[in-house]
Structure formats: C-alpha cells, structure tokens
Design a protein around this ligand. Sequence first.
Ligand code: PLP
Length: 365
Amino acid sequence: MPASPFWSPGVAGLTPYVPGEQPRIANLVKLNTNENPYPPSPHVVQALQAAAAQGLHLYPDPESVALRQVIAGHHGLSADQVFVGNGSDEILAHAFFGFFQQGRPLLMPDLTYSFYEVYCKLYGIAFETVPLAADMQVRVEDYARWPEAGGVVIANPNAPTGCALPLEAIERLLLSQPRCVVLVDEAYVDFGADSAMGLIGRHPNLLVVQTLSKSRSLAGLRVGFAAGQRPLVEALERVKNSFNSYPLDRLAQAGAQAAYGDADYFERTRQAVIDSREALHQSLVRLGFDVLPSRANFVFARHPGRDAGWLAAQLRAHAVLVRHFRLPRAEQFLRISVGTPSQCNALVQALGQVLGADPEAGARQ
Ligand SMILES: *Cc1c(COP(=O)(O)O)cnc(C)c1O
C-alpha cells in the first residue's frame, strides 16, 4: 500500500503484528489463537453485570488498586510490585519502551512471540536473535555470551513451541545478565510450567508478565499484569501515565477480580485443558506427527511427510482452523490450540481423513 502524505515518517516503515484470524464461519472448530475453549467463571459474568449497572458515567480507578491487591495476594507480593494493563500486549509495549531503548541490543529467541520484534521496530530498538537448540529449547548459556545486552525477553513456556524452561535455568539467565532487565512472559505458565514470581525478591532485574486471556478465559476482557521490584513497576507506571491514565475500564477491573475469586473454576478448567493437551499429543503421535513437549494450551507438531501449509489448508476445508507460521524453522509445524475434548476429536478425525485420503497428496517438497 502506498504511504499517504498524511502519515508521519515512521508509519510507512512499521511492520504490524498479524493476529490469528477471527472468521465468521458456522460450526468452525477454532484452534488458531490459543483462546481458552471454556467460558470464564460465572462469577465473572455476575461481576460484569453488577459493574455495568453502576458507575459507568464515572472514570475507573486509574491505578486499579483493588485488582492489584488481589493479584499481589495471589502471588505473595505487595500491590506496589504489581502493574496492570489492557492486555499483556500493552504491558509488553510499555516494558519495551521503558527498559529496552538502551542503545545495546535486546536478546530474544529466534523463534518466539512475533510481537516482540514488532515492538522493537515501533520503538527503534536494536535486537539480536539467539537460536533455539536443535530440540527447539531455549538454551540460557547462549545468552550469557552477550555481556553487553540491553535486555532479554523470553516467553516461558515459549510460543509457538510450548516448551518450558525450569526455574533454575531462569535464575541462571538472571544472574548472567545483571546489568539489564530480563522480561519473562508467562502468558501460558498456568498450563504446567513453573512461574518465576518467587524469584522477584532476589532479582532486581526480573520482570514477570502474565495475562488473564489464556488460563482465565478472559481474552475478550483485555487484562494482563507485570510483577517486579518497585523500580521496574515505577517505570511502567511512568510510561502508562504518559500514555493512557485509564487502561483498565470498570468492567475489566471488576471481572478480573472476580476471576481470581473463583479458584475452583480456575483449577477445573485449566486441568481440563491440560488433560486434553496430553490426549491430543498422543492422538497426533498416532497419526505420525512429531510433537514437541508442551506446557501450554497448544501443541506444536510436524508431520514428517506432509507439508504444513498444505495440511492447514486441508483442515480449513474441513472447517478446522489451526495456525501455520511462514517463519524460518516453523514453516513445517502446525500450532494447534487445545480445544474441548469434542473439538480435539473433530481435529483428529479431520486429520485422519486428510492423511488417509491420498498417500501422495501434500507430500513435502
Ligand atoms: C497471548 C499472548 C500474549 C498476549 O496476551 P494479551 O494479554 O491477550 O494481550 C502475550 N504473550 C504471549 C507469548 C502470548 O501468547
């Protein structure tokens, strides 16, 4: 598209993030954007109704104090160590602005959440990608080779691989990069990985970011948070209050608090997703796929004989949507969100038909 004369000079050079599609197709099995297949707790819906019935003519609490207290209590932190935002993507943006414009390169894995690179371009941040090991795992030793890093960002579990690092590896990473902020994006941590929250007291350079979009079924409400020692949280507050004083509306603050109030529901739904993930992993192996070990609510799988782009297109024709990234190292993988048991069955059935119909079709070049 040609640049418009109305655009600021930087706009034409942006490379925006492209989210997974949200098509309107009837009876679609939608396994492409890592949404939770279960709705949020009924307590959340009640809290939203109550919040909608009062006070919408007034601005919300700009500091979201009550919600920050709830989140802090849940993680054994104090409220002033917690920062909340309009989805964790917004928090990542503030963190990139606040910590990584250092004139020294930011380090990130060569295959990770593609929004990180988008923020680097938005803010003019130089970055270096550190290759995943052959087994697609992050190898923290490789980050220690950059003593002059301006920051480190990793997702744990990583996206789109689903692979997780143990806490002792995160701690080694923190100790090897004491001069810069290490941001650990824990969007998927509740599905079976270890959270670094407990390391915050010992590591002034650690910022942990989580979201309510995945494990608490609230992608539509837009709530995320960051936790760290006070100087890091203060930086995020300074950026936020220079950008938008009211990132969380009254509904988001009330709904998010209610989600933390229903611990039973959280446990049941996340365990259901974990159980479905393990069953899906086994089904895909039986269909001949290589499947990476996932601690997230998706699996990353590759078929040795069939082209991943072809498979994704065939599944789409069967009204099953999965994500295929045309990225180096990822182009022969499908990222499949874990659905309900019946959605997973529909996927497995469709794959069985696609793979069984013609043994030659879609063979890899
Ligand atoms: C989904 C996701 C996010 C964004 O979550 P929101 O809170 O919905 O903005 C951040 N990081 C990773 C790795 C994700 O997969």
